[in-house]
Design a protein around this ligand. Structure first.
Ligand code: NAD
Length: 308
């Protein structure tokens, strides 16, 4: 059996970041505008700390301003809301990201809905979710599904008539992913924890997206031969020797012999998520000044040049 193409998310993300960097330089030259991204981190969760550091570093690398606000784990919800209100009004800040998860005493919904929808680069505000669902221009599209779509289109530029299955129905990944694939003319199914026969549903899918959070839930025998498999899952597991490893939701070693193309974990969806965050920040900065938004969706030709 031929092995699947292993999709190099790092390479794709590097190509997208380069395009963003070029546009940031142009904005600064021609418009005297430097996009700014504010990241709010509450508490000291080690994984969140790593993500925030990496986002700040990549923001600066593309020439944008990075503002990181660290708050203690016991911060009052009111204080957090006041900070976000300040960022909403700060003209140097074009994008605001609140790193999840928040501590349990803080209402995540209230906090996320307090972000100005025009600065909501995560795309979690109901205004942006509504625009995406209704197909209205101007939606800020959540970064992970946006990155997944680019990954899929690097392999299959035309998705009409494809059967797509998304495993997971979260507001962050599963639901917006379904809407994006629907807009690409896929026939879309969403599976979740109560789906009766997940293996059969998977076997129908030309495009399979796993966004569950259960290590190796999806087995090689569940995959339709030749399918494009995108593994969103990030599961930290400790092996017998005490070493921590990251595993996806798909049993990669089994799936690689059946799928047509597959993303690895790590090095697949994760890097594209951050690159799409930078693209959203650039878009938000352009909108704030009514500047035409550059077309930063990687063309199939550009992606083909990323040889996997
Ligand atoms: P979530 O917990 O909000 O949602 C998980 C979904 O999986 C739910 O809809 C649930 O119904 C479904 N599910 C649970 N058990 C199932 C089962 N046995 N069979 C079928 N469906 C099942 O999670 P999320 O925020 O959508 O994240 C999912 C995974 O993706 C996590 O591992 C998360 O860490 C990862 N993630 C990665 C990135 C990235 O950039 N790579 C971004 C976001 C999330």
């Amino acid at each position: 059996m031929t092995a699947a193409t292993i999709i190099d998310g790092k390479l794709l993300a590097g190509t997208l970041r380069k395009a963003v960097r070029g546009e940031v330089a142009r904005l600064s030259r021609t418009e005297r505008l430097t996009p700014g991204l504010a990241v709010v981190l509450v508490g000291d969760d080690p994984a969140s700390n790593i993500y925030v550091r990496s986002k700040a570093q990549q923001t600066e690398e593309v020439g944008m301003k990075s503002f990181v606000h660290r708050l203690p784990a016991d911060v009052r919800e009111g204080e957090l809301l006041t900070l976000i209100q300040g960022l909403n009004n700060d003209h140097r800040v074009h994008g605001i990201l609140v790193q999840l998860p928040l501590p349990s005493h803080v209402r995540s919904d209230v906090v996320l809905q307090s972000v100005d929808p025009e600065k909501d680069v995560d795309g979690f505000h109901v205004v942006n979710a509504g625009r995406l669902a209704a197909g209205i221009d101007g939606a800020m599209v959540p970064c992970t599904p946006s990155g997944c779509l680019q990954i899929i289109k690097s392999i299959r530029p035309h998705l009409g008539a494809q059967q797509a299955l998304i495993v997971g129905r979260s507001n962050i990944v599963g639901k917006p992913m379904a809407l994006l694939l629907l807009a690409e003319d896929c026939t879309v199914t969403i599976a979740h924890s109560r789906t009766a026969d997940l293996p059969s549903a998977c076997r129908q899918a030309d495009i399979l997206i796993a966004a569950v959070g259960k290590p190796h839930l999806i087995r090689g025998t569940w995959i339709k031969p030749g399918a494009v498999v995108v593994d969103v899952g990030i599961n930290r597991v400790t092996d017998a020797s005490g070493k921590t490893r990251l595993l996806g939701d798909v049993a990669f070693a089994e799936a690689v012999g059946v799928a047509g193309a597959i993303t690895p974990v790590p090095g697949g969806v994760g890097p594209m998520t951050v690159a799409c965050l930078l693209r959203n920040t650039l878009i938000a900065a352009c909108r704030s000044r009514r500047i035409d938004i550059p077309d930063l969706y990687l063309t199939h030709a550009a992606m083909r040049n990323c040889e996997f």
